[in-house]
Design a protein around this ligand. Structure first.
Ligand code: HEM
Length: 415
């Protein structure tokens, strides 16, 4: 956090997900809360709740009657009941509630099917190799800045058919939306990024309308809901959502996985050997990369979502009131020992792993096929190039603050 808020004394009664201690190590905080106060509260952000048990996270994720997705990022700007276009929200389907949600989601599914995603695998691999080539020769490579952050950004920009040179525009926009949540309401309102982004999207939409193309933007412009083409606000909102939902999340997952391998040499050696053996049919631990991807997603799940309480409801013995925020920490559910044996330990070949990294219920991640493909290829290519690496400067690692957790600076010694 940027030091703008007073430090937290007790996370049970005054939690803050941008506090330095949470940013450095949320796991011990959740473990502590699970033991003594499974649903924590804070007066910060105008009042918010935090369940940390797997069962409570599941209960909220499936309960769309008492919890609305109208706003999924906790900030000082808490929308009132009439501030957002319910049930559509600003970025359908993630901000939509039933029954509209199902329509908005169903329409997008074909664009993220395993088959559609497979079409971007060769590009993703080539991109990873180019990034590694660009960093080639250096003794220290930043796994986050030089590698992880470019992958989902460049892939989604390509999918949307936007100019690759515009990647930096999106990066600053995503940061503003997800990471600067401890700014005051006035600061956030004063920031003009959202307006700039809308203008940018409108220009791309106009270009695509003038000369139709076979990309995701073209797909959205052709898509129909109830027999009607989408309203331009809906197309723009979905584009913004895909950029926000796909970039920081996958960047964080790739970065956190590299951080784990850098700090756990046994796991790194084992996975690197499995990747090397994949080239030889039937050799080594053929499935290890697949189970490792799931386990790294479970253990370092990057995404915590939020809900607003739609109707008064009880949760874990606490009385939640309409309009309260609730942080929905899928990563904490994944670390609950009641749901996963050895929950705090990374077990690369964990056989049963029904983790919640991609969420649960109707909003379960629509980009999970894409995210898994990007993470698998990123790890495969990194480990092929650098089977041997470690943290170059443990104190120099910087983790993001806010609802998406991952390393933003990750200097790795590769030679
Ligand atoms: C490792 C990477 C990713 C993780 C951990 C992740 C996680 C999540 C989670 C937890 C949700 C549930 C939200 C909620 O309950 O409110 C979600 C929803 C969503 N994600 Fe992802 N995500 C990732 C990558 C992506 C990518 C690459 C895309 C697409 C480009 C994407 C698109 C979406 C969309 C559209 C939704 C909303 C689905 C709905 O509301 O029905 N995500 N994601």
């Amino acid at each position: 956090m940027s030091g703008k808020r007073p430090p937290v004394e007790d996370f049970a009664t005054d939690f803050d997900h941008t506090d330095d201690r949470w940013v450095a190590d949320p796991y011990s905080i959740w473990d502590d809360l699970r033991g003594r106060c499974p649903v924590a509260h804070t007066d910060r952000y105008g009042g918010a709740w935090l369940p940390v048990r797997h069962d409570d996270v599941v209960a909220v994720a499936y309960d769309t009657e008492h919890f609305t997705s109208r706003s999924v990022v906790v900030s000082e700007l808490r929308p009132g009941p009439d501030d957002l276009p319910a049930p559509i929200g600003l970025a359908p389907p993630i901000t939509s509630d039933p029954p509209f949600h199902a329509l908005a989601r169903r329409m997008l599914l074909p664009a993220f099917s395993p088959k559609a995603v497979a079409g971007y695998e060769a590009y993703t691999r080539q991109l990873c190799r180019e990034l590694l080539d660009a960093a080639g020769g250096a003794a220290v490579v930043d796994g986050s800045v030089d590698f992880a952050r470019h992958i989902p950004l460049r892939v989604i920009v390509r999918m949307l058919g936007f100019p690759e040179a515009d990647a930096d525009v999106f990066r600053s926009f995503v940061r503003g939306t997800l990471e600067d949540v401890d700014e005051s309401a006035d600061q956030r309102e004063a920031r003009a990024e959202e307006a700039t982004m809308e203008r940018y999207m409108d220009e791309r939409i106009a270009e695509h309308l003038a000369s139709p193309s076979d990309d995701l933007t073209g797909f959205l412009l052709d898509a129909e809901l109830d027999g009607h083409k989408l309203h331009p606000d809906h197309v723009r909102g979905t584009m913004v959502l895909l950029l926000i939902a796909g970039i920081d999340t996958t960047w964080s997952a790739v970065g956190a996985s590299l951080w784990h391998l850098a700090t756990h040499p046994g796991d790194r050696r084992r996975l690197a050997a499995a990747v090397a053996a994949r080239a030889v049919a039937g050799a080594g631990e053929a499935r290890l990369l697949d189970t490792a991807v799931e386990e790294l997603l479970r253990a370092y799940a990057p995404v915590t979502m939020a809900r607003l309480v739609a109707k008064d409801v009880e949760l874990g013995g606490r009385q939640l009131r309409e309009g309260d925020w609730l942080l929905l920490p899928f990563p904490a559910a994944n670390r609950d020992p009641a749901a996963f044996p050895d929950a705090g330990k990374v077990v690369l070949d964990r056989a049963v792993n029904r983790h919640a990294a991609f969420g649960l219920g109707i909003h379960r991640c629509l980009g999970s096929n894409l995210a898994r493909m990007e993470l698998r290829i990123a790890l495969e290519e990194w480990l092929t190039r650098y089977p041997d690496f470690e943290l170059a400067d443990p104190a120099g690692v910087v983790w993001s603050a806010g609802q998406i957790r991952g390393p933003r600076v990750l200097p790795l010694r590769v030679a």
